[in-house]
Design a binder for this molecule. Structure first.
Ligand SMILES: Cc1cc2nc3c(=O)[nH]c(=O)nc-3n(C[C@H](O)[C@H](O)[C@H](O)COP(=O)(O)O)c2cc1C
Length: 162
């Protein structure tokens, strides 16, 4: 269901080896497009770090590696966001993992902790391995949180709050 178009520009940047996080990223992109957001999807290798500044909302997708670790190819994005420290930037982090491991989706937790401090973290989402049909709803909910925050911002601007 397409709602009225948003003025926010979203980037989804993800890393995926076996395709689980890629599927989740695509589900989130569909939810965002359906809810009227201008949304671009990038694999991390295709994303220019300088482009972070072009987006109002950056949604970061990562699988987890080693023992709860962020995969190597995501380190430069982590460091760039941490260094920029833009409190006006809205972010979300999502990922897939395997609860067999001690730190389920540990990379999502590590991004979350940094994004919470350095940006306005709006949402997190963790999925067990391959996304399922019921995860569509969770992706829609994640995007709704961005929509709600946008509406709150619009409403406080209208009433003269900053
Ligand atoms: C060597 C190795 C280490 C992993 N370590 C973790 C881990 O610590 N925590 C976790 O939740 N998942 C872990 N996983 C599982 C992957 O994160 C999971 O399979 C994920 O869905 C892969 O995402 P992708 O299909 O997008 O590549 C590990 C997988 C491998 C192969």
């Amino acid at each position: 269901m397409a709602l009225t178009n948003s003025s926010l520009r979203l980037a989804i940047v993800y890393s995926s080896v076996t395709g689980n996080t890629e599927q989740l990223a695509e589900m989130i992109q569909k939810a965002a497009l359906d809810q009227g957001f201008r949304t671009e999807l990038y694999r991390i290798e295709e994303f220019s770090l300088a482009a972070i500044l072009d987006y109002d909302v950056v949604l970061i997708g990562t699988y987890t590696w080693g023992s709860g670790e962020i995969p190597e190819e995501m380190h430069s994005l982590y460091q760039a966001v941490e260094k920029l420290g833009r409190k006006e930037q809205w972010t979300a982090v999502f990922g897939t993992g395997d609860s067999f491991f001690a730190e389920f989706c540990g990379a999502v937790d590590r991004f979350r902790d940094m994004l919470y401090v350095k940006t306005q973290l709006v949402a997190t989402l963790k999925v067990e391995l391959t996304p399922q049909q019921n995860d569509v709803l969770r992706c829609e909910k994640l995007i709704e949180l961005i929509r709600e925050k946008e509406m709150q911002m619009f409403s406080s601007k209208k009433h003269g709050y900053r």
